[in-house]
Design a binder for this molecule. Structure first.
Ligand code: ADP
Ligand code: MG
Length: 435
């Protein structure tokens, strides 16, 4: 037992059992970050943080002082799941470009059938900057490892001493507007046109942004002209990005366009094992298999689940077994789904299929509207708790039998048509990524 836990055990004797169970039991002592002068505890939510801060800080400090013989500063704070911290750090806006995440390396990237093409392309680019595929364009659904792969190449280049800019369209745009405002366009161009490698993430957001498309085009031409490597990612093929200048679109396809598909079970298992290794979480084989089958394709979820398992097991002082895992995952799914509304689902489907959400809920009978409506109904049924009559009302259908017909139709289609199944998976992925 560590010092922090010991102190909490002593405190347990001094307060009522219900107070202890309700609040103190939820504290986790951070052995690594605490030191002789400061003791850091994590609480799972703001309520518990405040309560304990107000009521128990002094007591805890006192107990520490008795034990160690000197004053110890007590810090009660929110437990930001470790990985969340990591990701926010990498997207931190820094002068229009971000830092590369060092753990996004090739060796941390698990390769399987679903991503081996993209992997091979990026790997090859990382070994022959500017020479093989330029630009390299990676596309695929949310959380499938696009950013990871792109940054893996970035890390290689950076270690070779090259000047690497990693940016998103949003950051590029902000940088651009700031430069216009501050009259520093020359510096802006110098920066983006003189780097050795340009990585632009989530290029689909160029859609509809005319002013920036122009600037972007010239940046591209300058870099490409000088043989500098460029890598793009997007959630879809360049051809499918709406409202994109034709000359940009064609340039995106100049080099190589590689897709990433959702991982198969084996790859998911390999990824989970890797994440366990990185995050120092030990899980048995049956638990790993269970997680791999339960989560859908969005790999980002894996890290959330692992941190949660880890945090809970620490909080409750229990080992992580299958039963425990099932409970934690059940919570996680329920939590996710609670936030998911039919509005969100319809919005995502509508955007993806280039129609208006209101059209999905209208009586419109045109082919693509009916198609979008059916898909929305199916996904709402899958992902929300709404009953068939509620669905019927929301989508303006006659009654619950109309809904059950629709769902049967979609189920049949999924069975018969692999492409359609992929489409549904893709949309489901996008939707669950919203919560
Ligand atoms: P995207 O940019 O496609 O939305 P990310 O690259 O951000 O997805 O990946 C989401 C998370 O999943 C990251 O933590 C990443 O490290 C992890 N990940 C995705 N694919 C793999 C893989 N094949 N091997 C290891 N980790 C992966
Ligand atoms: Mg990404």
């Amino acid at each position: 037992m560590n010092t922090g836990q010991k102190i909490l055990e002593i405190l347990k004797e001094e307060i009522t059992e219900s107070e202890y169970n309700r609040y103190i039991k939820q504290l986790v002592f951070d052995v690594k970050k605490s030191n002789a002068d400061e003791a850091i505890f994590y609480a799972p939510n703001a309520l518990v943080v405040n309560w304990i801060k107000n009521k128990y800080t002094e007591k805890i400090a006192h107990l520490f002082e008795i034990k160690s013989g000197h004053k110890v500063n007590i810090k009660i704070t929110l437990k930001n799941l470790v990985d969340k911290k990591k990701t926010t750090k990498t997207v931190e806006v820094k002068q229009g470009s971000s830092l590369l995440n060092p753990s996004h390396s090739f060796s941390n990237f698990m390769v399987g059938g679903s991503n081996q093409f993209a992997y091979a392309a990026v790997k090859s680019v990382s070994e022959n900057a500017g020479k093989v595929y330029n630009p390299l364009f990676i596309y695929g659904g949310v959380g499938l490892g696009k950013t990871h792969l792109m940054q893996a190449a970035g890390n290689v280049f950076q270690n070779e001493g090259k000047v690497v800019i990693y940016t998103t369209v949003e950051q590029f745009l902000n940088d651009f507007t700031r430069s216009i405002r501050n009259n520093t366009m020359e510096r802006f161009r110098e920066k983006y046109r003189k780097c050795d490698v340009l990585l632009v993430d989530d290029i689909q957001f160029l859609s509809n942004k005319d002013a920036i498309q122009e600037e972007f085009f010239h940046t591209f031409e300058a870099l490409k002209g000088n043989g500098k490597q460029i890598i793009f990612t997007a959630d879809k093929h360049p051809k499918k990005i709406a409202k994109l200048e034709a000359r940009l679109q064609s340039r995106f396809e100049w080099g190589l366009v590689a897709d990433i598909q959702p991982p198969e079970l084996e790859t998911k298992i390999a990824i989970i094992k890797k994440k366990c290794e990185i995050n120092k979480v030990e899980l048995s084989k049956d638990i790993i298999n269970y997680i791999a089958t339960v989560i859908d394709s969005n790999v980002r979820e894996i890290e959330g689940i692992l941190s949660k398992l880890h945090a809970y097991s620490q909080l409750m002082h229990v080992d992580i077994d299958l039963e425990f895992t099932k409970n934690v995952l059940k919570d996680q799914m329920a939590e996710k789904r609670e936030n998911l509304t039919m509005d969100i689902i319809t919005e995502v489907v509508a955007k993806d299929l280039n129609i208006k959400p209101s059209e999905i809920r209208s009586k419109g009978r045109s082919k693509n509207i009916v198609y979008a409506r059916r898909i929305s109904i199916y996904i709402c049924r899958e992902l929300t708790q709404n009953t068939m009559p509620q669905l019927a009302q929301y989508f303006g259908m006659k009654d619950h039998t109309a809904i059950s017909h629709t769902i049967k139709k979609i189920n049949d289609l999924i069975k018969d048509d692999e492409d359609f199944k992929v489409k549904i998976d893709e949309l489901t992925n996008k939707i669950t990524a919203q919560t």
